[in-house]
Design a protein around this ligand. Structure first.
Ligand code: NAD
Ligand code: ZN
Length: 255
């Protein structure tokens, strides 16, 4: 890490009040160093497809086999990787802050839970969930026949789809309501590895900021919220987050 970013963290000064309600929003960037490609990164492509052209209800209606093959490929990739020090640092932060901490993620990879985060709000669902597109029932993998794609629902024979939110679909109401209300009351908001262009999640840091929260961004690239942030750390999250959490811990302890 460069000395500039280290200075950013070292010189961070927050009051006890600002540590009262902490909301963390994560995007694909936090899992990049685990080996899960972001959608907009260089390795985001699969075959010749752009993710934006596959992660839609229209794509699933037109070519359910291709969409399922892509999801099975991603599941397989995710199953082989591990949470990284960035995910683990957020588990530490949750232990330290208890009820004062909320984790909201746009990721579908389940790596926060695998690291030990207790209750992440998964705005975009989870890639390992199977859901019937007709009756909405959820099914474990071994209840379905994947030998002929798409798998079909054992009760209603509808097509089963991955339990994620696709572009153009609404977010699960309970998850987004909770994320909004926590962000609105946040005293500190940390945005990590998200391009903040996919709404409505991208609105969360703005909501927090309007309510007076201190805003920290960790992202090697500039994003639309960079210029609004109080502290921008232009670094990768796996190297930076453990240092930031250590700093928050010492601020919490009054040092
Ligand atoms: P995105 O692909 O649009 O953006 C990723 C962001 O992470 C970029 O701003 C990039 O600069 C940043 N980044 C890259 N490497 C980083 C690192 N090492 N540390 C910190 N930041 C880093 O992803 P998004 O904004 O999350 O939105 C796309 C949607 O795609 C999400 O809603 C999500 O559902 C889905 N998605 C999920 C996963 C996953 O679950 N791991 C992966 C790809 C896409
Ligand atoms: Zn069904």
């Amino acid at each position: 890490m460069s000395s500039t970013e280290f200075t950013e963290i070292n010189s961070l000064s927050l009051s006890q009040e600002q540590l009262q309600r902490v909301v963390v929003l994560t995007g694909a960037g936090i899992s990049a160093e685990s080996g899960v490609p972001t959608f907009r990164g260089e390795t985001g492509l699969w075959r010749q497809f752009r993710p934006e052209d596959l992660a839609t209800p229209e794509a699933f209606a037109d070519q359910p086999v291709v969409v399922w093959e892509w999801y099975l490929h991603r599941r397989n990739l995710i199953a082989q990787v591990l949470p990284n020090p960035g995910h683990h640092a957020l588990v530490e932060l949750e232990r330290m802050l208890g009820d004062s901490f909320t984790l909201v993620t746009q990721n579908v990879d389940g790596l926060h839970r695998r690291a030990g985060s207790q209750n992440p709000i998964e705005l975009h669902g989870n890639i390992f969930v199977n859901r019937c597109g007709r009756c909405q029932d959820h099914w474990a993998d071994d209840a379905l026949d994947f030998s002929k794609l798409p798998p079909h629902c054992p009760t209603c024979a509808g097509e089963v789809r991955p339990g994620v939110v696709w572009f153009g679909e609404s977010l699960p109401a309970a998850a987004i309501d909770q994320a909004y209300s926590k962000s609105q009351r946040a005293t500190l908001f940390i945005s990590i590895g998200t391009s903040t262009v996919v709404h409505p999640a991208a609105g969360l840091p703005l909501l927090a900021m309007e309510s007076g929260a201190y805003l920290i961004e960790i992202n090697p690239e500039e994003t639309p919220i960079s210029r609004l942030s109080d502290c921008v750390i232009r670094e990768k999250s796996a190297t930076t987050l453990p240092l930031l959490v250590k700093k928050l811990q010492s601020l919490k302890n009054g040092n």
